[in-house]
Design a protein around this ligand. Structure first.
Ligand SMILES: [Zn+2]
Length: 489
């Protein structure tokens, strides 16, 4: 359950910049007076220095992981997207899908050299009120807000927002600084020619951290005990959700370990970053995933180079909404007859979104007495998926659907005693167990990328071994014991 911070920013470009920054700062302090006296000259000098520093870094640091912070869009199973719609224990911070700037030198520009007076907005406080407190005119505020499309946002401020003000000796406004977003400042400056605005990036730093845990009651509890946020737990589950049915297959004793990034700014934790590598041991079977960019943005791959992503979701609904103790009933509760059960039943609250398990075309969307509202989807590879007892259907026959698209909601229409989704998976017309059927995988990494992939993956896997080695061995031993017929299993 240990959570260790193995942050080694010194190995990154940022580390080098940080090592430099005390020097820069001292220089900056000395320059401060000069800046006041000759702002343009000083700015030019500092810019040149910063440019020189950047160029020297770029020149010497080819081996540095320049993609550590560069997150491009990752297509995730829809659980995460659903989280973003507020159906989750905690809202998603959307960080996984946002374009982040790669690490650059700390912006020791003229804005960093200004003597900012910081103001944190209190509840009920308006920018107008703050301006008045500084004896700044309503006219100036009006000019600032109506300067351009970025400054217009200043009209809507919230408690906790932070503003920086820079004044001359007479208390006139020289510059105003606001958070445009977590990675960028909005800076409004005033000189003889009037007001100008510009956007300045803020330096972000990625720190590599680790977490591991063993599940005794629930994945979320175990993850929480390891210091993971619910959002990170969902992301972990989504990496393995193609192989593991997190709604029904998680057992006490399952284990996980992950190496991930935290994003820090100005020495403060900002949010969680990307998961770099993770391992999940489910009922004795270990799954591993490594984050790697094969040229189409980062994605997750097994150590042998196969993508974790599959053409089908293991479970067509959000596992956090499924009651884990739901028992598929072989003895039919309504007809009172034993009947073969051709699918998996997921007990979930009425209204829980049901997703298309894979890309395909709707071949049935109808109602009958047995199935209630039901949808059948035809996919490639002669696969058909069926969804029964829906409360609502949101697709029609002939519709093309994408993997993860909502096709209806859980209900108890037709012959059902409680709200649940009955889900079937047919290959060439024969029913297969949706929870265990081998799902068609996407193409593996091309051979020419495998060296690069192993260079990325090997140290991360070693780190996971270090985190979880003994427990994995234990899991394997337990499995062997079980295979040998131990009755405790
Ligand atoms: Zn069923």
């Amino acid at each position: 359950m240990a959570r260790r911070r193995a942050g080694s920013p010194d190995q990154t470009v940022m580390g080098r910049v940080r090592a430099w920054s005390p020097l820069l700062r001292r220089f900056a302090e000395r320059m401060h007076g000069a800046v006041r006296a000759h702002p343009r000259w000083a700015l030019a000098a500092v810019s040149l220095l910063a440019l020189g520093l950047l160029m020297s870094l770029a020149g010497t640091d080819r081996s540095a992981p320049d993609t550590t912070l560069a997150e491009r869009e990752i297509r995730l199973p829809p659980a995460v997207r659903d989280l973003a719609r507020g159906e989750a224990p905690t809202p998603l911070d959307a960080s996984e899908s946002r374009e982040m700037p790669s690490i650059e030198a700390e912006p020791e520009t003229d804005a960093a050299l200004r003597d900012w007076t910081l103001v944190e907005v209190r509840p009920g406080q308006t920018l107008e009120r703050i301006f008045r407190d500084f004896n700044l005119s309503a006219r100036l505020l009006h000019q600032v807000v109506h300067l351009d499309e970025h400054t217009r946002g200043l009209a809507r401020i919230r408690p906790g927002d932070e503003f920086g003000f820079d004044f001359d000796h007479d208390g006139n406004l020289l510059a105003l600084r606001a958070d445009l977003d977590e990675e960028r400042w909005l800076i409004v400056e005033q000189d003889e020619t009037g007001l100008t605005s510009r956007i300045e990036p803020r330096a972000l730093e990625a720190r590599v951290v680790e977490a591991s845990g063993i599940i005794s009651s629930s994945l979320f509890n175990a993850a929480k005990g390891s210091g993971l946020s619910d959002n990170m737990t969902m992301r972990l589950a989504n990496i393995f959700g193609w192989d593991i049915d997190f709604a029904l297959d998680i057992r006490s004793g399952d284990r996980f370990a992950l190496v991930y990034e935290e994003v820090w700014r100005d020495g403060e934790y900002l949010r969680d970053g990307a998961i770099l590598a993770a391992r999940f041991v489910n009922q004795g079977e270990a799954f591993e995933a490594i984050r790697f960019d094969a040229g189409n943005g980062p994605d997750y791959f097994a150590p042998d180079g196969r993508p974790m992503r599959k053409a089908f979701l293991r479970a067509p609904l959000n596992f956090t909404r499924v009651t884990s103790n739901f028992n598929p009933r072989r003895f039919h509760p309504i007809t009172r007859q034993m009947r073969p059960h051709n699918g998996t039943d997921y007990g979930a609250a009425t209204g829980t979104p049901v997703w298309a398990a894979g890309d395909g075309r709707v071949i049935r969307s109808a109602y009958n007495n047995a199935n209630g509202n039901y949808v059948f989807i035809q996919h490639g590879n002669n696969i058909i998926t069926r969804y029964l007892h829906l409360n609502r259907r949101s697709v029609r026959v002939g519709d093309r659907v994408r993997q993860g698209q909502t096709i209806g909601t859980v209900g108890m229409t037709g012959m059902a005693t409680g709200p649940h989704l009955h889900y079937e998976f047919l290959v060439n017309g024969a029913h297969r167990n949706p929870r265990t059927v081998d799902l068609p995988a996407a193409d593996p990494l091309p051979p020419e990328l495998m060296d690069d992939f192993r260079r990325t993956g090997t140290p991360l896997l070693a780190q996971l071994d270090e985190l979880q080695g003994p427990t994995v061995l234990l899991a394997q031993r337990e499995q062997t014991r079980c295979e040998q017929g131990d009755t405790d299993c």
